[in-house]
Ligand binder design. Structure first.
Ligand SMILES: Nc1ncnc2c1ncn2[C@@H]1O[C@H](COP(=O)(O)OP(=O)(O)OP(=O)(O)O)[C@@H](O)[C@H]1O
Ligand SMILES: [Mg+2]
Length: 212
């Protein structure tokens, strides 16, 4: 697969390397999973393949559920990479730190996206404001590599607990923002209240375990 240009490296994370490139005249992002030296090569290969397939499958499920996700152009299992549409926008995390941006409206959208995921039994697995891109109009959800399909309230609770923790650490000076997320989540999802009660239980459990 030939790329015309391969420029900015977004971030070299622990498990994946992200590059902007041009492919078939389109701006794309190439997400390449990095091979970890400390695992057995066969195990590593099957883990990488599993993660890539999983990520792509969940992106397609999310799209079917009406959630904005980047278009997947190509999946290269041999090369451990996904080639997808490049979203021109900023991370919701950064948008929420910008006083010119309507934070309440972003939070309402985040609650609706979480509601839509969970109504369709999609667990994102890393639901944070770093994995949401805001293009000025919509929120595009990315990074489904740790996701799964599940109808369990517990799994949905873990997703929402992570989102809450991410909000508290990234946007601690604006605690009211997460209330808007919760409100719109519960309004758009019939089991939303039950999931939020589960989150409270998970938090209690966490405090108890930490004390031991
Ligand atoms: N389709 C895209 N368009 C624009 N930017 C993107 C896109 N996908 C990823 N990015 C940028 O790259 C960053 C990292 O991407 P991503 O969250 O998928 O990787 P990661 O967290 O390193 O992955 P993983 O958790 O699977 O190891 C994002 O926060 C975002 O800034
Ligand atoms: Mg990420």
């Amino acid at each position: 697969m030939a790329f015309i240009r391969s420029v900015t490296v977004h971030r070299i994370g622990a498990e994946a390397k992200l590059d902007s490139a041009e492919w078939m005249d389109r701006p794309v992002v190439v997400k390449q999973r990095v091979v970890k030296g400390y695992r057995h090569p066969d195990l590593d290969r099957s883990l990488q393949t599993f993660r890539i397939r999983n990520e792509v499958r969940l992106m397609l499920e999310a799209r079917k559920a009406g959630i904005s996700v980047p278009i997947v152009y190509s999946v290269d299992l041999e090369g451990n990479r996904i080639i997808m549409e490049e979203i021109s926008g900023v991370r919701a995390k950064d948008a929420l730190q910008d006083s010119d941006v309507d934070g309440e409206s972003i939070c309402r959208k985040i609650g609706e996206i979480a509601a839509r995921l969970h109504s369709n039994d999609i667990i994102h697995g890393d639901l944070t404001t770093s994995n949401m891109l805001f293009d000025g109009r919509r929120i595009v959800l990315i990074d489904f590599s740790l996701g799964q399909k599940s109808s369990e309230i517990e799994d949905k609770g873990v997703d929402m607990h992570l989102l809450e923790e991410a909000f508290h650490s990234a946007h601690h000076s604006r605690a009211e923002l997460y209330d808007i997320v919760k409100e719109s989540y519960a309004a758009a999802y019939a089991d939303g209240e039950a999931v939020l009660r589960k989150v409270a239980e998970i938090e209690k459990r966490g405090r108890y375990t930490r004390k031991e």
